[in-house]
Design a protein around this ligand. Structure first.
Ligand code: PLP
Length: 407
């Protein structure tokens, strides 16, 4: 018989979304006329920017003409998109990022998971808690952890995010090899200041750790003091890989396009202690296991940077940010302490001792769905996440009802 990857058996089943779905179903059954409003999910609701749609349409037409037809593209992504990204997103970073250090992919989720292919199994890993669950589960799957006990996997270093540290954990006392950071953060909406990121980069450089920096929500930053990229910090190009996505910026969750920056200066070591380029390894990995993103999708992603594309992306971000601001204001006026919602689409609300209690109250009394913080780790207990990804009128209606239920 074929043997399975035993590490998958260690994964603690995430009942959270099943449980939420069941409670929502029960509520709908008990109140068939209830107009349930979703403020729980992290998926965009506004349609694609017209500039992206037009670019995709034109690219598809090209593919139908003999003289412009293209087959397999470069695994790393078309130079036109990599150059555009380097110019627009990395123009102001401390170290210049070249198009050769940018790898186009079909999603940050896959890149985060796949990156583990090129990192030795004996590396130790630190993850924040609460956390985007993909960082943890992918390490479990490759066998870098033991079993889970009381909500935590043996062998992982957990970095507690708390109201006291503003959900920006300090580097651990002990050295670790790989550190996951995500700012603006999902689920807490927290952002890291330049000084906080510099502290992390100093830690990584002095301990020779690698930072895996997830900047999927970078476009939501409006405060000019907050860095958009880890490469705005001196020396980060020697110790950090950055992940970015078109999902939440240009609404590409259903289109699939993202990119990962692996600077040439970022090195790992072999068992013999020799330095090895992570960029070269990642290039080899992608060349063997990936065949690139669809040409029309890459043209659509490029169009998100054109003057009209950028304006349309900004309109979408502004709309979600306006929702986030109203959510935060409403919850604060009701006496709840909140994080996020200003440079992020997520508002992280202190719910008391039990996340589920506030979740249930909002569902039963306001017909509004949120996410209990426990879905994001042990330190998520006592919080709920409210997402700004919904239409403005729906968010307004949800907040009116929340206000009536909780005031
Ligand atoms: N990183 C974070 C923190 C996310 O919240 C998400 C999606 O919700 C992703 C990455 C996934 O991005 P993509 O759609 O590019 O796979």
């Amino acid at each position: 018989m074929i043997r399975i990857n035993e590490h998958y058996r260690k994964l603690t089943a995430s009942y959270l979304f099943v449980q939420i779905a069941e409670l929502v179903k029960e509520h709908q059954k008990a109140r068939p006329d209830a107009d349930i409003i979703e403020l729980g999910i992290g998926d965009v609701t506004l349609p694609l920017p017209p500039a992206c749609v037009e670019a995709m349409r034109n690219a598809t037409d090209e593919m139908g003409r003999q003289e412009q037809f293209r087959g397999y593209g470069p695994e790393q992504g078309y130079p036109f998109l990599r150059k555009t990204i380097a110019q627009h997103d990395y123009r102001n970073t401390k170290a210049p990022i070249s198009p050769d250090e940018i790898f186009i992919s079909d999603g940050t989720k896959c890149d985060i998971a796949n990156f583990l292919d090129i990192l030795g199994i004996r590396n130790t890993v630190a993850v924040p808690d609460p956390v985007y669950p993909v960082y943890v589960d992918t390490n479990v799957m490759v066998g870098r952890t033991g079993e889970s006990h009381d909500g935590r996997y043996q062998g992982l270093h957990y970095l507690d995010g708390t109201p006291e540290n503003g959900f920006v954990p300090e580097p651990p006392e002990e050295p670790v090899d790989i550190v996951y950071l995500c700012f603006p953060n999902n689920p807490t909406g927290a952002t890291a200041t330049r000084a906080q990121l510099a502290h992390w980069v100093d830690y990584a450089r002095s301990t020779k750790a690698l930072i895996l920096f997830d900047a999927a929500y970078e476009r939501f930053i409006t405060d000019p003091a907050i860095p958009h990229s880890i490469y705005e910090i001196d020396g980060a190009e020697t110790c950090a890989v950055e992940f970015r996505s078109f999902s939440k910026t240009a609404g590409f969750t259903g289109m699939r396009c993202a990119f990962t920056v692996v600077p040439e200066a970022c090195k790992g070591i072999t068992e013999e202690g020799e330095e090895h380029s992570l960029r070269a390894l990642w290039s080899r990995r992608q060349g063997t296991k990936f065949n690139g993103v669809a040409y029309p999708v890459q043209r659509a992603a490029e169009a998100a940077y054109s003057p009209e594309g950028s304006r349309q992306v900004a309109e979408r971000i502004d709309s979600y940010l306006a929702n986030a601001a109203t959510i935060r204001r409403t919850m604060e006026n009701l006496g709840y302490r909140c994080t996020g919602g200003d440079n992020s689409p997520y508002v992280w609300v202190e719910a008391g001792d039990d996340s589920w209690q506030l979740f249930r109250q909002l569902l039963n009394e306001a017909s509004v769905v949120t996410t209990p913080g426990t879905g994001f780790g042990l330190r998520g207990e006592g919080f709920i996440r409210i997402s700004a990804f919904n239409h403005h009128e729906r968010v307004e209606k949800a907040l009116e009802r929340i206000h009536s239920a909780l005031a």
